[in-house]
Write a protein that binds this ligand. Structure first.
Ligand SMILES: Nc1nc2c([nH]c(=O)n2[C@H]2C[C@H](O)[C@@H](COP(=O)(O)OP(=O)(O)OP(=O)(O)O)O2)c(=O)[nH]1
Length: 134
């Protein structure tokens, strides 16, 4: 049976309505694909707590998370099934430092589909675009 992983990801939006997108590096799993930053929820960890920890580890910065879950989606990859939980957030820090990712970019919703996203993220991207063009 395939492994099931629970991953939490942040939809970080700035004052210009741009969203933070992160490029997985060539040495990470799902290399060279774009994602919403986050990572696996550890045993016994609360979802929001896991998200703040992952963002701090991967981008050396702090976020404020929304209480609500924006979207929960699941996707079957070849070797595992992902349950992906997306939560909106804002950046509290002035700077972001990449510790694992290859790159990041702030994009308006209209431009999100120009990136090559991890397949599990596409329903989230689509919901974000619909939010603006209901
Ligand atoms: N963080 C994140 N991971 C995603 C997204 N979409 C998606 O398919 N994934 C996949 C990529 C990875 O296979 C998995 C998350 O694992 P990870 O490697 O980023 O998490 P982690 O930092 O906890 O992992 P680890 O290296 O400590 O084992 O979920 C997304 O939007 N954000």
């Amino acid at each position: 049976m395939k492994k099931n992983i629970r991953v939490v990801a942040a939809i970080i939006e700035n004052d210009h309505n741009e969203i933070f997108c992160a490029l997985r590096s060539s040495t990470m799993s799902l290399p060279n694909l774009w994602e919403f930053p986050g990572g696996k929820i550890e045993a016994g960890e609360r979802v929001h707590e896991a998200l703040r920890r992952e963002i701090s580890e991967e981008f050396d910065c702090h976020i404020q998370t929304s209480q609500d879950i924006f979207m929960e989606t699941s996707h079957d990859y070849d070797t595992f099934t992902i349950e992906l939980i997306a939560i909106k957030a804002t950046l509290l820090s002035q700077t972001v430092k990449l510790t694992e990712h290859a790159q990041y970019i702030w994009l308006k919703r209209d431009n999100l589909l120009s990136l090559n996203w991890a397949p599990a993220d596409l329903p989230i991207v689509e919901k974000l675009i619909q939010e603006q063009n209901p």
